[in-house]
Design a protein around this ligand. Structure first.
Ligand code: FES
Ligand SMILES: [Fe+2]
Length: 331
């Protein structure tokens, strides 16, 4: 069975997922290439959470909620930059790169104990140039949690690819509508005519592993796709091409809004890279149109649950099981 329609529309469900899924699962927050020297920072907002990852003065990665301890002002507004300390945008409290409060500008209370107000710190860890955060201090380390997924990526030459650029696509649908859509190749022949010409869609396979799935399809000659996609619960996908990859995140921005963020990496400046991006845009536009139509239909009230194809939609079954486990395991 599918999830019930309310799972994709209900504000209370979204709030539960914010905490039970996005508040506890490792999230890709930055790329190591942007975090080289002390003071380099990257801000990442997802499902209402707002985090800043920074290189501290000792050269270590740190991550904090981008929320001032005075009255919740933001420390940084930019997506990335370099600073020597964090100065809150609201009243100017200043924090060291290690999160400790250095000064409370013109506060008027000599007795204020600065040590009582460090930034709220979160877990941070990196793997092969990708930097992840986890808001829950009790969750297992990244290497353990993502071990099976990382092993599945072991033969991919990520280090040979350099960061190229980002494209952000807003989609007016719940993040799970988009995730379900990503999770199967069943729709490829109908929704993606051009991609369908590159792939042997009949042989599109989804293999489910530990909190990830590997999608493969044989490609026809001349295809810009390598026919290899990996998805990691809850919202990360690595789309591999012969000459690079697209690191894709489905970032919840509300119960009915998702930002699909593509970060492209390429091996060389190849004219084929433009084809990869054009194809990505086209496929995304086609997926967006169908996901937005599905979201409207889920909200209309006539549909509650449906059935999932054992041949094509095994990835969705696994996703829904992991989601249910996250929602049941709230502490
Ligand atoms: S909210 Fe940050 S200084 Fe007031
Ligand atoms: Fe699609």
């Amino acid at each position: 069975m599918t999830l019930p329609a309310a799972a994709y529309t209900d504000v209370a469900q979204y709030e539960r997922e914010r905490h039970a899924v996005f508040g506890r699962q490792w999230q890709l927050a930055a790329f190591a290439a942007a975090l080289r020297a002390p003071g380099d920072y990257v801000r990442h907002e997802f499902a209402g959470w707002n985090v800043v990852v920074v290189v501290d003065n000792a050269g270590a990665l740190r991550a904090f909620h981008n929320v001032c301890r005075h009255r919740a002002g933001p420390l940084v507004d930019e997506d990335a930059g370099r600073c020597t300390s964090f100065v809150c945008r609201y009243h100017g409290w200043a924090y060291d790169l290690d999160g400790s409060l250095l000064s409370a500008r013109d506060f008027g209370d000599e007795a204020l104990d600065l040590d009582e107000f460090p930034l709220h710190e979160v877990q941070v860890a990196s793997w092969r140039g990708l930097v992840f955060v986890n808001l829950d201090a009790e969750m297992p380390p990244l290497d353990t949690d993502h071990g099976a997924f990382f092993a599945a990526m072991a033969d991919q030459p990520l280090e040979e690819f350099s960061y190229s650029h980002r494209v952000v696509h807003p989609v007016d649908a719940n993040w799970k509508v988009y995730t379900d859509n990503y999770g199967e190749g069943y729709h490829v022949p109908l929704v993606h005519p051009e991609l369908n010409r590159e792939l042997v869609a009949r042989e599109y396979r989804v293999e489910v592993g530990d909190h990830f799935s590997l999608h493969t399809a044989p490609t026809r000659s001349g295809a810009v796709n390598a026919g290899r996609w990996l998805w990691r619960y809850p919202n990360l996908a690595l789309n591999i091409y012969p000459n690079g990859m697209n690191v894709e995140r489905f970032i919840p921005a509300g119960p009915r809004r998702t930002l699909v963020v593509y970060d492209y990496f390429f091996r060389t400046d190849d004219p084929e890279n433009a084809d990869v991006e054009r194809m990505g845009r086209e496929v995304l536009a086609e997926d967006r149109a169908i996901c937005e139509a599905v979201q409207r239909n889920l909200e209309a009230g006539v549909y509650d649950t449906g059935v999932l194809s054992p041949r094509h939609e095994n990835g969705l079954v696994a996703f829904h099981e992991w989601l249910a486990a996250s929602l049941a395991d709230v502490h």
